[in-house]
Design a protein around this ligand. Sequence first.
Ligand code: PLP
Length: 403
Amino acid sequence: MNLDEAKALERSYLLDLYGPIRMPMVMARGEGARLWDTEGNEYLDFVSGGRAVTGVGHCHPKVAEAIREQAKRLIHLSNDFYTEPQLRLAQRLSNLFGGRCFFCNSGAEAVEAAIKLARKHGYKSAGPEKHEIVTAERSFHGRTMGALAATGQPKYHEGFKPLPEGFVHVPFNDVAALRKAVSEKTCGVMFEPILGESGVYPATQDYLEAARELSNSCGAVLIYDEVQTGLGRTGEWFAYQHYEDVAPDVLTLAKGLGGGVPIGAMLAREPEAAAFTPGDHASTFGGGSLPAAAALAVLDVIEEEGLLENASRVGGQLGEGLRQLQETTGLISEIRARGLMIAVDLTRGVAAEVKAECAARGLLIAVVGDSMLRLLPPLVLTEKDADRGLAVLGEVMAELSRE
Ligand SMILES: Cc1ncc(COP(=O)(O)O)c(C=O)c1O
């Protein structure tokens, strides 16, 4: 299929939702940090499948083999049955975080589950008045109605009101505002430890400490949405592990968990986990055998290949290379990086040009607005490929800085 055919089919048969963000090629194949389009062009993928999903790289042989083996045995059974991959995956995730798991199919669903758990916990401990959920301005938690209401970006709410009530948005990293917002009515406090979608802004230690302390004192559930930051992206299993003594009660995961196969999880520690009892929440597909087998293989790969360490090391190398480009090109005003989660603020509104020129030279990156680049390479990125990506970025920036 060529690009013209793809665009014609899109126009006729797909809802008009992604047109302006689509890259101008039809992708056919992936392996590790590389993709190939239908014309045979090769790309270095610095976005992990577009949205920080394929952390272990495209089509990792171990993940592909686990999927193949599981598909031959049992693809799916609902939660009316016990199945080993789901139970083993819950055990593995619990060994990493603690608590118990609910499985679903996406990040937004994991967030919905966390919202419902916080509401139920508040209801059981203090009645229906204890229903408010405090989240951050500039946060992103997903597109379903609860996750959308939690998302602190009015542009995503436009045209979809009324949204579920009871969400309070506070400025990120403003401890005084957080103290003012959290009250006896608060049943949940939910943050991304590093704001992802809006541009890699890490929480401060003070802020997460205040969130932990206020949640304890009000009996609210502290939720970290690690849909994007979790599973090694920042160089630790979970981003909150970069901080001291601020572990949450509830954690949401998705994106990198299935290596590209849709799966999400909400993990809850005790006593919060016990707020849910049979019938409170469910998912037809959640924790199905195939995605669970894929996720088990992903966890094995992260451990066996030392990908947390790799994310830190190669992330550091990219950060250093970008700082050099900052000096040589004058096109970069700020770099924010934690492992392989990197944002680059530009001094001019040329992000779209940088993205297009990089793609034309075989490097795929993402942008936020007019003047921010976002890099989310797979955790398997090698030093050589990091250098290659930096070289392309350097070339493109040098050209643009001459204009
Ligand atoms: C922090 C965070 N939470 C939730 C979501 C929603 O995940 P999904 O698109 O899988 O529903 C995202 C997606 O970008 C995210 O970054």
